[in-house]
Write a protein that binds this ligand. Structure first.
Ligand code: MG
Length: 400
């Protein structure tokens, strides 16, 4: 392979679940990819190991204490602040930016990567939820590629290779149903944190694991799919598939349905996004169909899991509603992880934040032209702040 085929990467969120899995893909494909910059928040020990193994040119630590500790050891290799984060996303010579930060915090650097025309492989679904319209509009102008790492969206992207958008009748996102699929709703009041963190099929970060338990994850994925594939909401369906073998499906106008299947291993989607349009010859876990010989499907229960409906509604309302939904959810999940909120209160907080949205919340984003995107961003950041405030207030009142 020629030297020019080596792709240079920035990984935002290198110590999270997606970040670590991405580095494992790199470890197994050393002649194809090289990591030039990473960012992390507080995980000092993990970053030390990553520096020793992958030799990045720049490491951005967003947490000031973690920055101080590592800067003493590594000097100018370690940087901090928004400017440094933006710089590693737009730096010349970087081919691919892996957006794997958790939550809304990933929005500005991800936009910076899109603005710079990079390939952005995106695991950070929250950014697509709050600003998917802006991201895809911007990518069309700059030529940036946005390639999903989320397994469902990777599956759909794979099913759509060689197909026209007009031929899509609907896409079908599969959902495992999470740990409480069969648990009676009447007992939801006693759900504990450790029960909610026990995902049946996937090993993931804590935030997304809770989102999977409430089905908010699937709600966010509906909104994510809307922007990634430029489809109206009524063409996006969800079906519960407890085995997580089919990662998602597309039904076409002729009645044909394509499904993408595989073992539930994030590295498959990561490697596909990094290598696209090539498939790289490294298989992680292969799917044994004889051992996994059942495919079950059921309809999602939106009464039991109201987050799914809340997300679809927020997307339908449009404008700032997805940002309001996302912010309230981030605060609610944080509080649940701190054990200062019950499982059932998560959708209540979100519903309340949506009900208290400001009057102009449904006003559509402008999205283009480029120079007006900042107006949209101001509105989004304002709505995000307000919603977080509202959610915190709700939690404070429910505790007292
Ligand atoms: Mg997913």
């Amino acid at each position: 392979m020629s030297e020019s085929a080596l792709k240079s990467l920035t990984i935002l969120g290198s110590t999270g679940s997606i970040g670590r899995n991405t580095l494992d893909v790199l470890r197994r494909n050393p002649r194809r990819f090289s990591v030039k910059a990473i960012s992390a928040n507080t995980s000092v020990d993990e970053v030390r190991l990553q520096i020793a193994e992958f030799h990045p040119e720049t490491v951005v630590m967003t947490d000031p204490d973690a920055f101080a500790v590592l800067q003493k050891e590594f000097g100018s290799l370690i940087r901090t602040g928004d400017e440094a984060l933006n710089e590693i996303c737009s730096r010349e010579g970087i081919d691919i930016v892996v957006a794997a930060m958790v939550g809304f915090a990933g929005l500005r650097p991800t936009l910076e990567a899109i603005r710079a025309g990079k390939r952005v492989t995106i695991a950070n679904k929250e950014t697509l939820v709050v600003a998917g319209e802006l991201m895809t509009a911007l990518a069309q102008i700059t030529g940036a590629e946005i390639i999903p790492i989320d397994s469902e969206h990777s599956a759909i992207a794979q099913c759509l290779v060689g197909e026209s958008r007009e031929s899509i009748k609907r896409i079908i996102l599969t959902a495992s149903g999470g740990p409480f699929r069969t648990r009676p709703a009447a007992t939801f009041g006693s759900i504990t944190l450790s029960e909610a963190l026990r995902h049946p099929n996937w090993v993931m970060g804590r935030k997304i694991t809770i989102d999977s338990a409430t089905l908010m994850n699937k709600g966010l994925e509906i909104i994510e799919a809307r922007w990634l594939f430029d489809l109206p909401l009524e063409k996006i369906d969800v079906v519960i598939h407890p085995q997580s073998i089919i990662h998602s499906m597309v039904e076409f106008c002729d009645g044909s349905v394509k499904a993408q299947m595989g073992a539930p291993d994030m590295r498959l989607a990561i490697q596909y996004a990094l290598g696209y349009p090539d498939r790289l010859p490294v298989a992680y876990e292969t799917l044994d169909l004889l051992k996994n010989n059942r495919l079950d499907f059921e309809a999602p229960d939106v009464e039991k899991f109201p987050c799914l409906k809340l997300a679809r509604n927020a997307s339908e309302f449009g404008g700032l509603y997805p940002a309001i939904l996302n912010a309230a959810n981030e605060i609610a999940v944080e509080a649940f992880l701190d054990e200062s909120l019950s499982f059932q209160e998560i959708p209540q907080i979100i519903e309340s934040a949506i009900a208290h949205a400001e009057e102009d919340a449904a006003r559509p984003l402008i999205a283009t032209p480029l120079d007006r995107i900042n107006e949209d961003l101001e509105r989004i950041f304002h709505a995000d702040n307000k919603s977080r405030e509202h959610a915190r207030q709700f939690i404070a009142e429910s505790i007292s």
